[in-house]
Write a protein that binds this ligand. Structure first.
Ligand code: HEM
Ligand SMILES: *[C@@H]1O[C@H](CO)[C@@H](O)[C@H](O)[C@H]1NC(C)=O
Ligand SMILES: *[C@@H]1O[C@H](CO)[C@@H](O)[C@H](O)[C@H]1NC(C)=O
Ligand SMILES: *[C@@H]1O[C@H](CO)[C@@H](O)[C@H](O)[C@H]1NC(C)=O
Length: 316
């Protein structure tokens, strides 16, 4: 149990809408920024189908630590281990896509568009270009200069139960509806065995395997991820259509075919379970909720952003 004062301070530190963002922010200073970024993302995903999932997760990770300030993009230095070198960095990749987009934007309008905005726009494009919804991204984020490997501990863990998830989201001004809608991001991408090991081996004293997993699905996960897995790259896709942004994640979740305990946890409280069924039954309802929650998540600010970084990997 966290002391109340700590919770209060955290929810103040991460306040959504602290920075006044706007949809037309670059209309006069860099009108081509969005189309340039979209083009770069489109080209990158033609060469590598894992790019959209990587960009979406990167943006989530950025926003949950110090607000959406591009801190996830910074390289480690001799003096400092950065977020990207923190423990759950196993799925972080495709930083080169942001570098390419930023470079092209810089050549059009030098020093105008932040790395944090570039990432927020690239994440939106990743969803839209995977067949999901599109939306207007509020812009005007500034880039922060602090990125610490140890702070990746603030990310929610895949072993979290519903109260831990609720608290992690609540501290950032996000509600249960946002938790369920944004968990739908797991319609894209892949997980390594280590992230769901807890469900398929030594789950508890009474069961070796999480009994909420559908048995043949659990068996297939155990098959690719044996107890002493030696293949570092082994794992499973987060839903059966991992490159398509759809509501299949929710359809599988209600059938006991989710990957993380944190996904399954959405079925353990009435409010969240009701939302899961709603999104499983209607892709439209999921899209509407996802867009609303993405705009909320991508507006989380810690007030720490000060600059427009020229190279997203190093402070100016
Ligand atoms: C609710 C709390 C969340 C937890 C506990 C969680 C946990 C995880 C974990 C453990 C992985 C796999 C890492 C690995 O082993 O490779 C993952 C992947 C992913 N997550 Fe989440 N996540 C959460 C929320 C989100 C949100 C809010 C989004 C975006 C809206 C998101 C998008 C993704 C994507 C797209 C991937 C696949 C990445 C790839 O294939 O490169 N997650 N998540
Ligand atoms: C950042 O780190 C990557 C990977 O280690 C490296 O390839 C790249 O050159 C670094 N960039 C800068 C600007 O330090
Ligand atoms: C993850 O962190 C390890 C060391 O902690 C580092 O060697 C590796 O390059 C990092 N991965 C990414 C994608 O940055
Ligand atoms: C979730 O886990 C925490 C920490 O282990 C525990 O205190 C809490 O009671 C659990 N909540 C639920 C709903 O299981």
């Amino acid at each position: 149990m966290l002391p109340l004062v700590f919770v209060v301070v955290l929810s103040w530190v991460f306040s959504p809408f602290a920075a006044a963002l706007s949809s037309d922010y670059y209309d006069h200073t860099c009108p081509k920024a969005e189309s340039i970024i979209t083009k770069v993302v489109k080209k990158a995903m033609m060469n590598d189908k894992t790019v959209p999932a990587a960009l979406l997760r990167m943006h989530f990770h950025d926003c949950f630590i110090r607000g959406c300030d591009g801190s996830v993009l910074l390289n480690s230095t001799a003096m400092n281990a950065a977020e990207k070198d923190g423990p759950p960095n196993i799925s972080l990749h495709a930083f080169y896509v942001i570098d390419l987009a930023k470079k092209e934007v810089e050549s059009q309008c030098p020093g105008v568009v932040s790395c944090a905005d570039t990432l927020a726009l690239a994440a939106r494009d990743a969803v839209a270009l995977s067949g999901g919804p599109s939306w207007n991204v509020p812009k005007g984020r500034k880039d922060g200069g602090i990125s610490k490997a140890g702070e990746t501990r603030q990310l929610p863990a895949p072993t979290f139960n519903i109260s831990q998830l609720q608290q992690s989201f609540f501290q950032r001004g996000l509600a249960l509806e946002d938790l369920v809608a944004l968990s739908g991001g797991h319609t894209l991408g892949f997980s390594h065995c280590s992230s769901f090991q807890n469900r398929i081996h030594n789950f508890g004293t009474a069961h070796d395997v999480d009994p909420s997993l559908q048995p043949s699905f659990a068996a297939s996960l155990r098959n690719v991820c044996p107890m002493h897995n030696k293949v570092r790259s082994a794992g499973a896709t987060l839903d059966s259509s991992a490159t398509a942004f759809d509501n299949i994640y929710f359809k599988l979740l209600v059938l006991g075919k989710s990957i993380f305990s944190s996904d399954e946890a959405l079925l353990t409280a009435t409010t969240t379970k009701t939302l899961v069924s709603k999104f499983a039954n209607s892709q439209e309802e999921f899209y509407t909720a996802f867009v609303k929650s993405m705009i909320k998540m991508s507006s989380i600010s810690s007030g720490g952003g000060q600059e427009i970084r020229l190279n997203c990997r190093v402070v100016n």
